[in-house]
Design a protein around this ligand. Sequence first.
Ligand code: DHB
Ligand code: FE
Length: 309
Amino acid sequence: MPANLIKRDVITALAARAAGLDQSGGDPRLKQVVNRLLADLMLAIDELDISMDEFWRGIAYFTQAGKQNEFGLIVPGVVLEHFLDLRLDEAERRAGLATGTVRTIEGPLYISGAPISKGEARLDDGTDDGEVLFMEGQVRDVSGEPIVGAVVDVWHANTMGNYSHFDPAQAAFNLRRRIETDKEGRYRFRSIMPSGYACPPGSQTEKLLQAMGRHGNRPAHVHFFVTAPDYRKLTTQINIDGDKYLHDDFAFGTRDELIPRVERITEAAEIYKLGLNKPFARIQFDFSLTKEVAGAPATIVAREHAEAA
Ligand code: DHB
Ligand code: FE
């Protein structure tokens, strides 16, 4: 069929009626958004001459993605989660907010309610024979003042790139903890070095990426929410330097400021001091939080999370 069969004002009139703009009831914001998205979609169908087969293949794709609970995976893969971060960054810049540690995507694999402890924690349950990782740092105000009692909520994958809860082979809350900073604003934890995550084989997410000639790999990374009363919630990650996918993250989460140096400790005395019998890795990373300001765009995002059983 040829493209551009329908006049633009016919399309916008249809979208307006379908979104109930001529009705007094309903949610005005929802109507505004549905109207715009419908009009844009119909314009795209008409301009690109999207066939009925293509259209229904798309609907079948979404239906299956919903059944498999994959929208949370698709969103970062098609850059939308990173795009929302860029918008929030720019809104904060325009609001004149001081910049602390840069944010990056939350991703779909957070579970709330991880065990909480003061100052330090061990994240791994000892069943994964990965490289031992010690990570530590301070949570500070943008002026450099330590923040006592901040909560560092950390989660990451195991050496297979899998996350507990989503991976039935792991114990509940494995590699997930909340650590309250000590009286110097410090946190520290022992864990294992994560491996990069790959979106599930055979998933709708992977099918879409492959159809676009892309891969579904992320570099190894560690996620954080850092919170403290009167400060803006920070959602971020660190990426593990040296990973093959460091600058080729399918989820667009890597940011240059979030690649700390990974120190490899091989001296016997240091290894012995920590009760280990093999070399280990150490990462030092400080977080800097911005004070909450009335009227600033919210950094606490209402989002559904899977619940621990
Ligand atoms: C996805 C997985 C992650 O571990 C992550 O941090 C971001 C995105 C995903 O499957 O889309
Ligand atoms: Fe992740």
